[in-house]
Design a protein around this ligand. Structure first.
Ligand SMILES: N[C@@H](CCC(=O)N[C@@H](CS)C(=O)NCC(=O)O)C(=O)O
Ligand SMILES: *[C@@H]1O[C@H](CO)[C@@H](O)[C@H](O)[C@H]1NC(C)=O
Ligand SMILES: *[C@@H]1O[C@H](CO)[C@@H](O)[C@H](O)[C@H]1NC(C)=O
Length: 290
């Protein structure tokens, strides 16, 4: 008994030391990746081609980054020519994924990228001022609250299952990540604020957001009517995470039971703009694009 418990205590210590070391290595790599980023990632760029840096794909979703998926969906919606570079270790100079390069310049922070590209390519959603106000509110709801409600599930409660879908990462990195994510995200979400609430409260905040979105959509084709707008790309980027990442988010059940209009809507956007979805997931898994 004595021997057993001291054995397991030292295994735990060893495990913690290994995880600690690995965490330091991950941070160091990120620092290096950032520092290296003083120049362009794509040196021989083609004029007006958007080079989009996004996460690699999983078996069932083109990008596990809701921000990356939103941006890529937006580029497709406007038929803007882009090249996707799907890697986990190329970060913007601000230290984030996604980001883009266009005509030799980096653009970063997905919402700012969309605003800049909207100007550059002269594309406009044609919304009234009131609609613009509503769109802004919905975007911020999704990106500053809803996302953290479902992130709590995938990075804290179900980190192990979630990381298993990261077939693009090596076994060792996945092992480190699934131990590293729960404490890391608990800390991060506590600072955000949502993490100070009880788990049922964290989830129900997300549910109420989803319900609000469902009410805005109603029986319309898209959030603002017949025509798809940037707001639909935001919604798709997040809702696709809930529906297509194969982990049992409570939000998934909520959507299936309470907001069937949103489920149909996500399918509609996927079928319209992503006819190559499954093919892309498979190709990227096979490494042709990583
Ligand atoms: N608000 C940012 C969020 C992007 C973001 O959080 N990306 C994650 C990956 S999905 C990331 O880069 N995380 C690293 C970090 O936050 O330092 C955006 O919309 O571009
Ligand atoms: C972020 O993108 C903007 C363009 O929107 C660019 O001017 C700026 O240099 C970028 N920031 C960094 C740190 O590269
Ligand atoms: C809230 O949204 C802004 C703009 O998209 C983003 O930069 C910021 O990181 C978000 N806040 C949190 C706590 O994630």
């Amino acid at each position: 008994m004595e021997i057993l418990s001291s054995y397991s205590a030292s295994t735990i210590k060893l495990g913690l030391a290994a995880a600690g070391t690995a965490a330091v290595v991950v941070f160091a790599l990120r620092r290096i990746a950032k520092r290296k980023g003083s120049g362009l990632r794509v040196a021989n760029y083609e004029k007006n081609m958007v080079y989009l840096f996004n996460f690699p794909s999983c078996r069932t979703i083109v990008s596990i980054s809701p921000f990356g998926l939103k941006l890529e969906t937006w580029l497709r919606m406007h038929q803007i020519r882009y090249t996707a570079i799907r890697k986990t270790y190329v970060w913007s100079r601000k230290g984030q994924i996604p980001f883009v390069e266009l005509n030799g310049q980096e653009y970063n922070e997905s919402n700012l990228i969309i605003a800049e590209l909207q100007k550059y390519f002269g594309v406009d959603d044609g919304l009234s001022e009131q609609e613009q106000g509503l769109a802004r509110g919905l975007e911020m709801m999704l990106e500053n609250q809803t996302v953290f409600s479902y992130f709590y599930y995938r990075y804290v409660e179900a980190a192990r299952e979630f990381v298993q879908t990261w077939e693009f990462s090596g076994f060792l990195l996945r092992w480190v990540l699934y131990r590293f994510f729960p404490p890391g995200f608990r800390h991060r979400l506590k600072h955000h604020g949502i993490g100070r609430n009880t788990v049922p409260e964290i989830y129900s905040m997300g549910f109420e957001d989803i319900r609000a979105l469902s009410r805005v959509l109603g029986s319309k084709k898209f959030l603002f009517g017949e025509r798809m707008t940037a707001a639909d790309c935001y919604a798709f980027g997040h809702l696709a995470q809930i529906l297509y990442v194969p982990v049992d988010y409570p939000h998934k059940q909520f959507m299936r039971e309470q907001t069937p209009n949103l489920c149909e809507y996500v399918t509609r956007i996927k079928e319209t703009l992503w006819p190559d979805w499954d093919q892309l997931c498979m190709d990227n898994l096979l490494g042709s694009n990583n």
